[in-house]
Design a protein around this ligand. Structure first.
Ligand SMILES: Cc1cc2nc3c(=O)[nH]c(=O)nc-3n(C[C@H](O)[C@H](O)[C@H](O)COP(=O)(O)OP(=O)(O)OC[C@H]3O[C@@H](n4cnc5c(N)ncnc54)[C@H](O)[C@@H]3O)c2cc1C
Length: 409
């Protein structure tokens, strides 16, 4: 029998989406030759960044080295910066001049955090959204004892080409973690009474990506902990002593911790692959609306709303199953199932697990405040760490989701 030629797959990005796509594809290593390209030789475990900033977790612990995974999963690794995709010639171009040809391309390059869009951020603002900023905040907190703390997400812009909910903030979970973890930290140091914590959201509803049943317990906890909420506030500037909003209002502030606007990586638009705001428009099999052999998963995909690791993983499963179907290896394409599954660290032994598909008119919506949620967060993070970027076994996640699903209805 004649051997089938291996199909070349290039994956851009080794975050949640890219690594998941690799794991799924490697089960069919006899059919695919996979190359992963990333500027780093590690995967950044973003959900643990608040712990780097606020709980002394060493930054090295959130850099999960990827080359051992590439070796284990029969993939080649090209370290470098992608500057262009030539969709007609089926090539990915790196800044070194290297060109990688592909039969299938999976773009999993995440979102860019646009700190410079907020005036004054570089002088007076802080964030937990990437490793450099989390370390910078950690350093600053060594000398910051108490004061007026303001935290919230800036408004992001999304296109209109695909049918995704128009969220103003694509991921407010880290704001929840920052407010609760700072509250815990200040209580521990005896400085809570001389400090204030104000939270703002660009939308009319804080956590607009979940439903009322998930939001209500969080609102109750905020009230109990004396954390004030200001909605419909679009951040425009941070000064030495205030944060300023588009409507002209401001909040006095000694420490501003923000999520900056998310934007799509520039090479997407420069390659003619973006929607009106530069995000990759795909159908619900994660296939580009104009190119049959280009897929996009994770934060870079216009359909990824909210922008979560959990959504990136689901989209990677969908994209790989669509490629398997295109190659007559599988019959079914996995369903796109956007939902929020997020564990918010609250400091100490406390955490809240949020599980909801209410944004997509689904039937489950819950928040579970319990030390058990903290235990789950630690064990998921540790699993990712010790297995060098592997997700917890599907069976564990599926069993947990099944239990939560019943509980959340
Ligand atoms: C502080 C924080 C906490 C979070 N907590 C949670 C949580 O608890 N649960 C949850 O589900 N989600 C959480 N999220 C969201 C989650 O981290 C993201 O949704 C997820 O990382 C997206 O995965 P991705 O694979 O799309 O992109 P990323 O993880 O951003 O990975 C993209 C990869 O592409 C590479 N890359 C990008 N551009 C190029 C280029 N031009 N050339 C070469 N390489 C490139 C990058 O180096 C990176 O490795 C959190 C986010 C933040 C910021």
């Amino acid at each position: 029998m004649a051997e089938t030629a291996l199909k070349k797959v290039v994956i851009i990005g080794s975050g949640f989406g890219g690594m998941r796509a690799l794991y799924r594809l490697s089960e069919y290593h006899y059919r695919f030759e996979v190359t992963v390209v990333d500027r780093h030789d590690y995967s950044l475990e973003r959900p643990a960044l608040p712990e780097v900033a606020l709980e002394d977790k060493p930054v090295e612990a959130v850099h999960i080295e990827t080359p051992p995974q590439f070796r284990r999963h029969n993939a080649a690794f090209e370290q470098g910066e992608v500057v262009r995709i030539d969709a007609d010639a089926q090539k990915v171009v790196l800044d070194s001049g290297t060109e990688l040809s592909y039969d299938y391309l999976i773009i999993a390059s995440g979102a860019v955090k646009d700190y410079d869009a907020i005036k004054g951020y570089r002088e007076y603002g802080y964030s937990v959204c990437d490793d450099k900023e989390a370390v910078r905040l950690h350093e600053h907190l060594k000398t910051f004892e108490s004061g007026k703390i303001v935290t919230g997400a800036a408004k992001s812009e999304f296109g209109t080409q695909v049918d995704a909910p128009p969220l103003k903030a694509p991921c407010e979970g880290p704001i929840g973690e920052v407010m609760f973890m700072l509250d815990h930290r200040l209580r521990k140091s005896g400085k809570r009474e001389v400090s204030s914590i104000d939270v703002f959201s660009p939308s009319e509803i804080f956590f607009e990506d979940v439903g009322d049943k998930a939001r209500a317990p969080v609102a109750k906890l905020m009230e109990k902990k004396n954390i004030a909420l200001h909605t419909a506030k679009e951040l425009v500037e941070i000064t030495e002593d205030a944060v300023i909003f588009a409507d002209g209002s401001s909040l006095p502030c000694d420490l501003a911790i923000i999520i900056p606007p998310y934007k799509a990586p520039a090479f997407i638009a420069q390659s003619g692959l973006g929607d009106d705001k530069g995000w990759v428009p795909t159908d619900k099999t994660m296939k580009h609306v104009s190119f049959d052999n280009i897929y996009a998963v994770g934060d870079v995909n216009a359909l990824a709303q909210p922008k979560l690791g959990h959504v990136a993983i689901n989209q990677a499963d969908v994209a790989v199953s669509a490629i398997l179907k295109a190659e007559d290896i599988a019959e079914e394409v996995v369903a796109f199932n956007p939902e929020v599954f997020c564990i918010m660290n609250m400091g100490g032994h406390d955490a809240v697990l949020i599980y909801s598909n209410a944004l997509y008119n689904g039937a489950y919506d819950m928040a579970w405040h319990s030390p058990m949620a903290k235990l789950m967060k630690v064990s998921f993070d540790e699993e990712y760490h010790y297995t060098h970027g592997h997700m917890p076994p599907d069976v564990t996640v599926e069993a947990l989701e099944e239990i939560l699903h019943r509980f959340a209805k």
